[in-house]
Design a protein around this ligand. Structure first.
Ligand code: ATP
Ligand code: MG
Length: 584
C-alpha cells in the first residue's frame, strides 16, 4: 500500500511541477510576472500548488514523496534548470516563448494526467480558495457522495454533513481557516447510499513561494470502522465486571470504567488525575527489591488491600500491565474485589470439614476397632508383666520385652488418635512440603481395620525416587480417604479374591507425581463418569455425594487434576496428579 501511495505521491509531485512550469509559461505569455494569489481565476488557485505541497498536505503522501529521493533529485534538477531558464527568459521574451513551446510539446496532456493522479489517490481530497469556498474535489470524494463537482463546489459539500456535526464542523473550519492553521476534525458525511460515514478530515493552509496564502487543501479518510471498533472497545471496557484503570507512567489515573466507580464509591471526575494509590496504597510498590515500576507491570496478580471512598478497606487482586499506543506508554490496572472469593473459599473449607466429619463418623466403628487392638494388647501385656513381677526370681529380661511391647502399642494407639484428631479438627490449612507416599501410608494405616473388616487387601506401590509436593496434609489425606473408601464401597458385592485395592505412585514427567487408586469393583457407567464429580451425586443410601467434588477442588487448588477411568478388565481407577516441588 505504502508503495502505491509513494508512487502516487511521486507521480503527483513530478506532474505538478511540470504542470506548474506549463502554467507559469502560459501566464507569462499572458503578461503575468510571477505566481501569486491574484492570478487569473480560469483555474482554481490550488490547482497551481506544487506537487510536493499537495503531497505534504495529504497524510501518508508527503513522507513517501520525499523519501523517493532519486526521483526527487531529478525533479529538483529540472525545477532549478527551469528557474534558471526562466530568469534568462525574463530578459528575452522570444526565447521564453520558445521554452514554453518546448515544455508544452514535450509533456502533452500533463494537466489531465495530474488530475487523473489526484483522482487515483486513495483518499478524498478537497481544495478551497482564499475565500473559504471549495474549488476542487477529487474523484474519490465525488464517488463517495455520489454528487457532481458542481454540486460540491463552494459550500455545496456542507449539505452532506450530518446536521448534528454541522455547527462544530463549520466552527473548526472557519476558525482554522481564519487563523491559517492546520486542523483535523471528525464528522459524518452522507454517502451516496444515504448512510452517514465518519470521516477524519485534515486541512492544511497553503502558501506560495512568497508566503502568500492560497487557500486550504484537505484530505479525508473514512474512519467509521475504526470508530465502531473503538466504540466496541469502549463498551467492553465500560461494562467489564472488573474495575479497570488506565494510568500514566507516574501512576496517575487517566481513565476508569463504571465498575471502578461502583467498587470504590467515587465518581469518575473525582478519580481522573488522582494517584491510583488513593485507591490501593501498595499498587505501585514492588514487593521485590527492584525499584523499577516496569517490574510491577508483569501482569502477575497481587493480593492487596483497597480503600473505598467511605474509608472502608477490602481485599483485592490487582494486576498491572504495560500498554503501548505507538509512542505512548500507559499502565492498565485491573482490580478484582476478593471479598466474595474469600467468602467462597471459607464456605468451601467449611463444607470440606463437614464432609470429613461425616466420613469419620461413618468410620467410628472401625476406628474403635483399630484402637481396641493396641489397647487389648496393652492390657494383656500389663497382666503378663504383673505375673512376672510376682514370680521369684523375676525374669527382668522378659519384663523389659513386655514393657517395650506396651510402649509400642501405646504409640500405635496414639498414632490412630492423632490421625483421627487431625482429620476431625477444624483448622486453617497449613501448607508445607510432604512426601505423597507418606500421606498415603498414613491414610491406609488409618483404614486398616475397615479394610480388614471388609476383607480388602490394600497394597501401595511407589515407583521412582521419593518426591515432595507442597500442600496441606489434612486436605491431601481427605482426598486419599475418599478415594480409598469409594474403592472399598465399590467392591462390597465382589467375591473375596477380587477385593483388592492398589495404590500406585508414579512420576508423570519430571515435574508431576501421579497417584492411581485402582479397584476391582463395579466400575463406572458412562453417565456416572460424566456426573460423579458434581456435588450431591451419589449412588449410596448414606452417601452425601460430596466426596469427589470436594476432592477435585482440593487437588485443583494444589495445582493438580483428578479424574476417573474404567479399567479394561474390572473396576475403576481414580487418578490425581500433583506438582513436584522438591525431591524428598
Ligand atoms: N471407585 C468407584 N467405583 C465405582 N463407583 C464409584 C467409585 N467412586 C465413586 N463412585 C461413584 O461416584 C459417586 C460419588 O462419589 P462421592 O465420593 O462423591 O460421593 P459418595 O461416596 O456417594 O458420598 P460421600 O460424600 O460420603 O463420599 C458414588 O456414589 C459412586 O456411585
Ligand atoms: Mg465418597
Amino acid at each position: 500500500m505504502s508503495m502505491v501511495i509513494a508512487a502516487v505521491a511521486v507521480g503527483l509531485g513530478a506532474l505538478t511541477i511540470v504542470l506548474l512550469l506549463i502554467r507559469q509559461s502560459r501566464r507569462r505569455a499572458a503578461g503575468h510576472g510571477r505566481v501569486n494569489s491574484k492570478v487569473s481565476t480560469a483555474q482554481p488557485k490550488n490547482a497551481r500548488m506544487s506537487g510536493w505541497r499537495i503531497a505534504k498536505a495529504i497524510p501518508g503522501l508527503g513522507e513517501d514523496y520525499r523519501a523517493n529521493s532519486a526521483v526527487d533529485r531529478v525533479l529538483t534538477t529540472k525545477l532549478e534548470h527551469h528557474a534558471r531558464a526562466r530568469a534568462a527568459r525574463t530578459r528575452d521574451t522570444s526565447r521564453d516563448s520558445i521554452e514554453q513551446q518546448r515544455v508544452e510539446k514535450s509533456l502533452p496532456g500533463i494537466e489531465t494526467r495530474f488530475r487523473a493522479l489526484l483522482d487515483a489517490a486513495p483518499v478524498m481530497i478537497w481544495m478551497s480558495d482564499t475565500t473559504r469556498l471549495c474549488t476542487f474535489f477529487n474523484k474519490p470524494w465525488l464517488d463517495f457522495t455520489g454528487r457532481t463537482l458542481e454540486q460540491e463546489m463552494g459550500n455545496g459539500w456542507s449539505e452532506g454533513v450530518h446536521p448534528d456535526d454541522f455547527e462544530r464542523c463549520l466552527n473548526v473550519y472557519v476558525s482554522s481557516f481564519d487563523a491559517r492553521k492546520n486542523f483535523t476534525m471528525e464528522y459524518r458525511l452522507r454517502r451516496r447510499d444515504g448512510a452517514y460515514r465518519w470521516l477524519r478530515d485534515t486541512g492544511v493552509p497553503q502558501t506560495d513561494a512568497d508566503g502568500t496564502f492560497l487557500g486550504f487543501v484537505g484530505s479525508c479518510v473514512d474512519i467509521t470502522d475504526l470508530r465502531q471498533a473503538e466504540e466496541k472497545f469502549r463498551s467492553a471496557f465500560e461494562f467489564l465486571p472488573v474495575a479497570i484503570l488506565m494510568l500514566d507512567q507516574r501512576g496517575r489515573i487517566a481513565l476508569v470504567n463504571e465498575q471502578t466507580e461502583r467498587l470504590f464509591g467515587y465518581r469518575r471526575n473525582e478519580l481522573i488525575g488522582q494517584p491510583a494509590t488513593m485507591l490501593v496504597s501498595q499498587l505501585m510498590t514492588s514487593s521485590s527489591s527492584s525499584p523499577r515500576p516496569e517490574a510491577l507491570t508483569t501482569g502477575a496478580a497481587r493480593d492487596l488491600l483497597a480503600r473505598r471512598a467511605d474509608g472502608t478497606e477490602f481485599p483485592v487482586e490487582a494486576k498491572l500491565n504495560m500498554v503501548r499506543f505507538e509512542e505512548d506508554v500507559s499502565v492498565l490496572a485491573t482490580i478484582v474485589d476478593r471479598t466474595d472469593r474469600i467468602e467462597l473459599h471459607r464456605h468451601r473449607q467449611e463444607l470440606a470439614h463437614l464432609a470429613r466429619l461425616s466420613t469419620m463418623g461413618g468410620l467410628a466403628a472401625s476406628f474403635a476397632h483399630e484402637l481396641n487392638q493396641p489397647l487389648t494388647a496393652i492390657l494383656s501385656n500389663t497382666q503378663a508383666a504383673q505375673r512376672l513381677v510376682e514370680a521369684d526370681p523375676v525374669d527382668l529380661d522378659e519384663v523389659c520385652e513386655i514393657l517395650k511391647d506396651i510402649v509400642e502399642d501405646n504409640a500405635r494407639a496414639s498414632e490412630v488418635i492423632r490421625g483421627i484428631r487431625a482429620l476431625v479438627k477444624k483448622g486453617v490449612p497449613e501448607f508445607a512440603s510432604h512426601d505423597p507416599a507418606v500421606v498415603i501410608c498414613d491414610v491406609v494405616r488409618l483404614l486398616r481395620s475397615d479394610a480388614i473388616q471388609r476383607g480388602i487387601r490394600v497394597s501401595i506401590d511407589v515407583n521412582g525416587a521419593p518426591v515432595k509436593v507442597y500442600g496441606d496434609k489434612v486436605q491431601l489425606e481427605q482426598v486419599m480417604l475418599n478415594l480409598l473408601l469409594n474403592a472399598f464401597e465399590a467392591m462390597d458385592g465382589c467375591v473375596s479374591n477380587d477385593r483388592r485395592v492398589t495404590v500406585l505412585v508414579t512420576h508423570e514427567g519430571p515435574q508431576t507425581v501421579r497417584v492411581a487408586v485402582r479397584d476391582h469393583g463395579t466400575g463406572l457407567s458412562g453417565d456416572q463418569l460424566a456426573m460423579i464429580f458434581k456435588p450431591f451425586v451419589t449412588s449410596k443410601p448414606n452417601g452425601l455425594g460430596l466426596g469427589l467434588s470436594i476432592s477435585r477442588g482440593i487437588v485443583e487448588t494444589h495445582g493438580g487434576r483428578l479424574w476417573a477411568e474404567n479399567n479394561t478388565d474390572q473396576g475403576a481407577t481414580f487418578y490425581f496428579t500433583l506438582p513436584i516441588v522438591d525431591t524428598a
